[in-house]
Design a protein around this ligand. Structure first.
Ligand SMILES: [Zn+2]
Length: 412
């Protein structure tokens, strides 16, 4: 089978999609269910229908564009990503997986290939947490990771509920219908820019993801007692910020001593009350993000934080309250898909790097209901989520080609 990715068309479609934006080019801002997002969706649906794909949308706006195989009940082979973009982002994050996936399907169609399993392009709603504060909203619902009840409680920054917003955007069905039946998807492959520097630095054109790391996030509230910075002597203090400082170092130490380089932990927020130069901090709020590719190791670190909270609390006589806000499980990619991707790379004499996805993607949630893998292409300087995000046409075409061959292999 000889496949040709239409490079000119892929590039012009990436530019066309980038024109649906609320930011000045080259920046792209496309927030889910805004008029701009809805125009982009309509444009994309037309491109899919032009390619002869059958398009359906679910209650949360996840879009499925299917190239029908002979048996409609056979599990589909899926590919895709997202088209929403955070404020002042670039035009490649997510989009390469969607338009690259469409380019791959077109190349297969033109080669005369006929899939035994339907091949489906998935466009997930709200991979970015910008509007509803939760990432991968669409794929969480599809995979049953987020319940419809929990989703109904989500609100955007203006206080509008998810139900109000999605209905206003024309997606009126019940959220209960979003979850895919078990066995729906045979395999799912997501093409994506790396969003990190490794491939470019090593001049390797493709990365095959073997594991997707996942975060647990905690909110830690420390309450001590405040007072005048001059009046309260040191033996009498219960300084919440000093306790927080010990806590922050304990978070770092727990990740450093987990036994694996893949454990990372970050305190990204430290809010100090009352925050005055001559006042002893009485209250501190910390946000903690702990990530790993291994669930048990990650959760060991999370549990270690509980012990640390108790000991710092006892030692400093402050109260420490730790709340686990979210804990997603990491995912392993499927060996069979990794092998199919590797074979395609070898057939084209393309070197590839087996790698970990340290950011999470919709594939993390698709992994709950299907075998998944991800294919990374380099992005300049590792930049992403900024207007100068860039992937070369050659890298995108290579990615789409390997994707196309792997979709064909899995749908035979
Ligand atoms: Zn993305």
């Amino acid at each position: 089978m000889s496949l040709t990715i239409d490079r000119g068309r892929l590039l012009s479609e990436i530019d066309a999609l980038a024109s649906f934006s609320e930011a000045e080019p080259p920046a792209v801002t496309r927030i889910v269910f805004t008029p701009t997002d809805l125009k982009a969706r309509a444009w994309l649906k037309e491109r899919c229908e032009e390619a002869g794909l059958t398009v359906r949308e679910d209650a949360v706006g996840n879009t499925f564009a299917r190239w029908n195989g002979p048996d409609p009940s056979a599990p589909v082979v899926g590919t895709g990503s997202h088209i929403d973009a955070i404020p002042n982002a670039g035009k490649f994050d997510g989009v390469v997986g969607v338009l690259g996936g469409l380019a791959a399907i077109r190349a297969l169609q033109q080669s005369g290939f006929r899939p035994k399993h339907s091949i489906e392009l998935l466009v997930f709603t709200a991979e970015e947490p910008t509007r509803f504060g939760i990432g991968c909203l669409g794929s969480r619902l599809l995979s049953g990771t987020l319940s419809p009840g929990a989703a109904r409680k989500l609100k955007d920054n203006d206080g509008a509920t998810l139900d109000e917003v999605r209905r206003g955007a024309g997606f009126g069905d019940e959220l209960e219908q979003v979850r895919l039946p078990s066995g729906y998807c045979k395999a799912f492959i997501e093409l994506h820019i790396e969003q990190g520097p490794l491939l470019e630095r090593q001049r390797i054109p493709l990365g095959i993801v073997t594991k997707i790391a996942a975060p647990a996030s905690l909110c830690i509230l420390i309450e001590g007692s405040g007072g005048h910075a001059g009046g309260v002597l040191m033996p009498d203090r219960h300084d919440a910020l000093c306790a927080a400082a010990e806590m922050i170092l304990a978070v770092e130490n727990a990740a450093r001593t987990s036994g694996a380089i893949d454990t990372v932990a970050t305190v990204g927020i430290c809010e100090v009350f009352p925050g005055a130069v001559n006042s002893i901090p009485s209250r501190v709020h910390l946000s903690v993000d702990i990530r790993d590719t291994d669930l048990q190791r990650r959760d060991n670190v999370v549990r270690a934080m509980d012990t640390t909270c108790h000991s710092i609390s006892a030692k400093r006589q402050v109260s420490i309250d730790s709340e686990l806000l979210n804990a997603d499980a990491p995912a392993d990619c499927a060996p069979a898909i990794i092998e199919a991707l590797s074979q395609s790379c070898r057939a084209h004499q393309l070197t590839f790097l087996p790698m970990v996805s340290r950011a999470y993607h919709d594939s993390l949630f698709m992994a709950r209901i299907a075998q998944v893998a991800m294919l990374f292409i380099p992005c300049r300087n590792g930049y992403s989520h900024r207007p100068d995000e860039y992937a070369t046409p050659e890298d995108m075409v290579r990615g789409a080609l390997v994707l196309a061959e792997t979709l064909a292999e899995l749908s035979r």
